[in-house]
Write a new protein. Sequence first.
Length: 199
Amino acid sequence: MKIAFDVDVLAKQMDINRMVHQVADWGYKYIEQSPHPRINPFYKHPLFSKECEMQYRKALRETGVEISSFIVVYRWSGPTEEQRRFAVSNWKRMIEIAVDMGVTVINTELSGDPNQQEICNGMWFRSMEELLPIIEREGLRVEIQSHPYDFCELNNETCKEREYERREGGGEGEKNTESGVRTYWMEDPVCVWLRRYGM
């Protein structure tokens, strides 16, 4: 179990180097990197430049602090197809950043519009079908929590469990247990774990 400090408030007050050192001074070993204007801004394309990455890596080396997870918030549930496509592009770049930084957990929200639940539900599953193979390939864990004004706010508004199965190299109807992914909706607030079978 990792106890991480969410640096949301610090990011608004100080640069990355000072932020990491402050977390270390308070005795934390792990950072949960919430949306940051220079890294993973809300709804927008990730901006993690090489200069920013070098500053972050240097501060982590100096302090021994590690990034336990990233938080991202994108409109991967639409409600428009253009928003969904932009969000999937953002997700793909954020996955690259996480892998490059050695971070295996990404936390996120369902997003969408509670007044357009049907279309947002469909768009979310469409985004998942595109992103799941990448998430699986990179060995990441994505944890999704519902929030107020997401298209789904309570677990009884959607299915209890859905299994995603990938059939790679097997015959029709055969389940590849190494690459399958399960999605769970737990008690409020909704938590979703995307896991490879066997983890």
